[in-house]
Design a protein around this ligand. Structure first.
Ligand SMILES: *Cc1c(COP(=O)(O)O)cnc(C)c1O
Length: 376
């Protein structure tokens, strides 16, 4: 199967052959067999978050952003005010969604790579009793930083406010236990750490919060209350489901359990990260973040200072060796990113490191160190 490139990108990512093969059958969207698959998936996702007693799972067609937007549209009423904790592109996107939707919000903007701190959130919530909701990005995929969601959740709960977690690129790999991590909604999608293909996302929503949201969404298609109620009544998705993607995700969840579930996946991704970071540092590269903030999802490396380096030629060299890498998403310094997630194991990581070394010599790079001026 592997004359196609490996994806070192945080979703779409490299999926197993059996996940791809699960898409070779056509399903009727009204059919009981397909409805059972949807129901199984929702139960599995709730179980994974230890949320069966408190939350419901609402899947939605589209990419992850559609679900974030639907959560905002459904849960945030006219009297809501949202605090968005921003430290990268996905926090900025959350704020952009609220802006477009005309929902009141304020931000804590930590720039490109610093984490929002629980003490800062505590201060902001103390100062502003109008804030009803807080949005935090679990792993900010633009830098790869793992934000301290547990301690932030505790602060938000202590103030009696509601937490919305964008756990898109973390859920499935990082532990989430709704009985210990209080959240009103958590969003993720099929094509990240659960290793399905793109086409839908899902929200785990506290049932008591969703119950009061009838008619609140100004959008028909992005209404998670209606999607939930319709699915409860009929077992079906409200509009055409991405049937093949759902079937593939069902297979992906099966393989996830076989691998050993969340602890095993975290272990494999962490091992990928450690191997990748050690190998890249041995070549002379530097990571953007200190070790404590490095997620097992995606790593940002600073681009070499050498004028012979630029991203696109490097990308082409890597692609010729079978790996698709990801550009950086920082505003201040040049960087690129390598993902640790998907069907990647030791042999692939070792091959990535060989490909990086070969690509650098093919480009005639003499030094892989970032510019001296970059001190983060
Ligand atoms: C992938 C991702 C999203 C959703 O992006 P889509 O392109 O809409 O799937 C949102 N937040 C984070 C943190 C992500 O990594």
């Amino acid at each position: 199967m592997h004359n196609e490139p490996y994806l070192l990108t945080p979703g779409p990512l490299t999926t197993s052959l059996s996940v791809k093969q699960a898409m070779l059958r056509d399903w009727g969207s009204w059919d009981g067999d397909f409805n059972q698959i949807t129901a199984d998936i929702c139960q599995d996702l709730l179980t994974l978050a230890n949320a069966r007693q408190t939350h419901v799972c609402v899947p939605l067609q589209g990419s992850g952003t559609y679900v974030v937007e639907a959560v905002f549209a459904t849960l945030l009423g006219n009297n809501s005010k949202t605090l968005v904790l921003m430290n990268g592109a996905y926090g900025q996107r959350a704020a952009a969604l609220l802006q477009r939707m005309g929902k009141p919000y304020v931000t804590l903007d930590k720039g490109d790579y610093l984490p929002p701190l629980p003490q800062e959130v505590d201060d902001l919530l103390r100062q502003d009793p109008q804030i009803t909701h807080v949005v935090v990005i679990h792993c900010e995929t633009s830098s790869g930083i793992l934000n301290p969601v547990e301690s932030i959740a505790a602060v938000v709960a202590a103030h009696g406010r509601e937490l919305i977690i964008d756990s898109m690129s973390a859920f499935g790999a990082l532990p989430v236990d709704a009985t210990e991590l209080p959240f009103t909604a958590l969003v993720s999608s099929a094509n990240k750490c659960l290793e399905g293909v793109p086409g839908f996302g899902f929200a785990l929503i506290r049932e008591s919060a969703l119950q009061s949201c009838e008619g609140q969404s100004a959008s028909l298609s992005l209404d998670l209350y209606d999607q939930w109620r319709y699915m409860q009544k009929t077992g079906q998705w409200r509009f055409t489901p991405p049937t093949h993607v759902v079937a593939a995700f069902h297979q992906a969840l099966h393989e996830y359990q076989q691998e050993g579930g969340q602890p095993a996946r975290l272990q494999r991704y962490s091992r990928n990260r450690d191997r990748l970071v050690a190998g890249m540092r041995a070549l002379g590269f530097r990571t953007l973040l200190e070790d404590t903030w490095l997620s097992p999802i995606i790593i940002t490396f600073l681009s070499p200072d050498d004028p012979a380096f630029s991203f696109m030629p490097f990308y082409q060299q890597m692609k010729a060796r079978g790996f698709l890498i990801y550009p950086g998403k920082l505003t201040q310094v040049e960087s690129f990113r390598l993902g640790c997630i998907g069907q990647l194991f030791d042999p692939q990581i070792d091959a990535v490191l060989d490909a990086v070394a070969e690509s650098c010599s093919a480009l005639g790079l003499t030094s892989l160190h970032p510019p001296r001026a970059v001190s983060l």
